[in-house]
Every structure is written in structure tokens, then in C-alpha cells.
Ligand binder design. Structure first.
Ligand code: UT7
Length: 321
């Protein structure tokens, strides 16, 4: 039995902010951002919430899958920026969708979150415990950015993507690889609230995402090709047999480097970072949906999905579409 993606969806906030727009409010330029990252614009949430974006994406995925919300057995939401600490994004989604039967919980593995959630869904489906699972990845990262730190805030965007997965005899996930290295976690971090009770003294200044970009870059270009190769080998395939590589959309230079290290033409690596920026857990499912809706995936195509980021964490899956 395999786990097949039978529907996808995505939603971006309506406000699109270009590099030139940012250069009017901070010391940056379109030239710097585009040449360092490939990003030209990103969408930022104003009146949208993460649960509203995720619900839009989920409804599209359910429609394509031909599944009603009430039929869902499980909702897994990958995020590091849920609207609230409690209830979880997945439970908010359950309420918005009217998916009363589903068990719902969140997974936080930062930019690898969607991969880890999809791989978790795969295990539940293979075990026979659940059949119809909604997997969502989304972020409103703009609220976690220090808008006075030009080295991070220009890189990220907001949005949500969704996939509905079901059991299938033939098509679906062939293999998966996951990894974590908590020892290197400090290179990309964001503090939660500090201890706060009558027995501690603290200053409760808000904390923002901070990143050692070059260390994350080195980690990504070394780890992602290895993870992809391992997943492809486990699937009994070679990289030449893969039709499409859908990578976490952090930086076009990382994607180019991965394609070179694998010896695979860059044309097999579609991107949307140009107009989305890095949406962490939202990045892979949004790209998957964009590619799916453009008709770029044919039945039986071999697809690689790969995510990497804070933790540090990384994950790759190989599937037949
Ligand atoms: O999903 C999580 C994954 N995260 C990533 O994958 C991030 C990986 N890392 C990267 O993508 C790159 O390291 C960055 C895009 C973050 C940075 O690119 P870089 O080529 O490593 O640039 P840099 O850090 O070496 O910065 C070079 C210069 C610095 O100026 P000085 O010290 O050389 O004078 C920065 O102050 O660029 C300056 N700078 C900027 N200038 C204009 C930093 N941010 C900006 C900016 N606009 N927004």
C-alpha cells in the first residue's frame, strides 16, 4: 500500500511586496536581494490569519481529491507560526472545515515541517490506521521578523499549502529520508516566551528570527543532495529517472548548487521563490500546488520533495504522481 497525494491547494496573502517596495523602508536593494537569493517579491499577511489561508488551501486540495471535510480521518498541520499557541492550527482548521471526525495535531519541524508531516501521514496510512489525511504546511513568518534586520526580513514570506493523501495500490510515496542535528540549532533560531511566574524576574521583550545565513547555506548545499540521493536509492531509482525536484524555496543559489551536485539539469527544479520568498513549512506544498495546477505533473511522474531548515532538520521523499 502506498500513500498518494490526490489533491493540492495553496493560498497567499493578497499584499505582494516587491524588493523595490522594501528598499523604500530599509537599506536594501532589488539588486542585492535578487542576486543573493533570486527573490523578487513576497506576500505578507495583513488581515489574513494562518488558519484562514490554510483553510483556503485545504478546501482546494479536498475539492481536487473529491473528498468532503467530514470524511477526513486526520489533519496534520506543519507550522512554526500558528495564530495561537492553543488551540493548534490543525484544530482550528478542523473547526473551520467542519472535519468533525478527524484527529488533529500540529508538527513543528520548521522548513522541513511539511515533509515530516507528509512522512507521518505515510506511516499512519501504511499502518492501516487512517485513510484520508489532510496535510498542511503554512506560515505567517512576517510577524516573527525583526523588520530592522535586513539580513533576514527580506528573505521570508507568508502563505499556506495543503495536500490530501489517501491509500493507493500503485502510485504514491516510494521512500523517505529524515534527519535532525540539534547540536547545530543555534544557526537559525527564535526564542519563545521567557519563563514567567512569580519566582523569576525577566524582561519580556519580543524575540525574532535570527540566522547565520552562511552556515545555513553550507548545511543546505551539503545535506540536501545527500538526503535526495539516499531517498532516490531507497526507492530503487537513479536521479536521472526523477522527472521533477520540488525543493524548499530558500534561495535559488542553493537550488542551483543541489542540481549541480546531483548532475541534474536545473530545468527539473521548478521554483516559485521569485514571488513567494521563503515560506518555511509552506514552501514545498505551495510549490507542489503551483506545479500541479500548471499541469506540470503527469500521472506516473517520479517526483522528489525535499525540505531543510531550522533544528537543524531535513527530509526528502520520492513519489510517483
Ligand atoms: O529556510 C531556512 C533556510 N535559510 C536559508 O537557506 C538561508 C541560507 N543563506 C542564504 O541564503 C544567504 O547566506 C543569505 C541570502 C542569507 C545571505 O547571502 P550572503 O551571500 O551569504 O551574504 P552575506 O551574509 O555575506 O552578506 C553580505 C553583505 C553584508 O555586508 P558587509 O558586511 O559585507 O558590508 C551584509 O551586511 O550584505 C549585507 N546585507 C545586505 N545588503 C543589502 C545583508 N542583508 C542585506 C540586504 N540588503 N537585505
Amino acid at each position: 500500500m502506498r500513500t498518494r497525494i490526490c489533491g493540492s491547494g495553496s493560498a497567499l496573502p493578497k499584499l505582494e511586496v516587491t524588493n523595490d517596495d522594501l528598499s523604500k523602508i530599509m537599506d536594501t536593494s532589488d539588486e542585492w536581494i535578487k542576486s543573493r537569493t533570486g527573490i523578487c517579491s513576497r506576500h505578507l499577511a495583513t488581515d489574513e490569519t494562518l488558519s484562514s489561508l490554510a483553510a483556503d488551501a485545504a478546501l482546494q486540495a479536498l475539492e481536487e481529491a473529491g473528498i468532503a471535510p467530514e470524511e477526513l480521518d486526520m489533519i496534520l498541520a506543519a507550522t512554526l507560526s500558528a495564530d495561537r499557541l492553543l488551540p493548534t492550527l490543525s484544530c482550528e482548521l478542523q473547526q473551520r472545515l467542519g472535519a468533525g471526525k478527524a484527529v488533529a495535531f500540529d508538527i513543528n519541524a520548521a522548513c522541513s515541517g511539511f515533509l515530516f508531516a507528509l512522512q507521518t501521514a505515510d506511516v499512519y496510512i501504511k499502518s492501516g490506521q487512517y485513510q484520508k489525511i489532510l496535510v498542511v504546511g503554512g506560515e505567517i513568518l512576517s510577524k516573527l521578523m525583526d523588520w530592522e534586520d535586513r539580513s533576514t526580513c527580506v528573505l521570508f514570506g507568508d502563505g499556506a499549502g495543503a495536500a490530501v493523501v489517501c491509500p493507493d495500490e500503485t502510485f504514491g510515496i516510494l521512500s523517505s529520508v529524515q534527519g535532525s542535528d540539534g547540536a547545530r540549532g543555534e544557526v537559525l533560531s527564535c526564542e519563545n516566551r521567557k519563563n514567567n511566574n512569580p519566582y523569576v524576574t525577566n524582561s519580556t521583550k519580543p524575540s525574532y528570527v535570527s540566522m547565520d545565513g552562511q552556515e545555513v547555506y553550507k548545511f543546505a548545499v551539503r545535506t540536501v543532495p545527500k538526503a535526495i540521493l539516499e531517498a532516490v536509492e531507497r526507492a530503487g531509482l537513479t536521479v536521472d529517472e526523477i522527472d521533477v525536484f520540488l525543493l524548499h524555496q530558500a534561495n535559488i543559489r542553493i537550488i542551483t548548487s543541489v542540481s549541480k551536485r546531483l548532475g541534474v539539469p536545473l530545468e527539473k527544479f521548478p521554483t516559485n521563490l521569485e514571488n513567494c520568498g521563503n515560506i518555511s513549512a509552506g514552501s514545498v506544498p505551495i510549490l507542489l500546488d503551483h506545479v500541479n495546477r500548471r499541469g506540470m505533473l503527469k500521472k506516473g511522474d517520479k517526483v522528489v520533495l525535499a525540505g531543510f531548515g531550522a533544528g537543524l532538520t531535513w527530509g526528502a521523499s520520492v513519489l510517483t504522481w
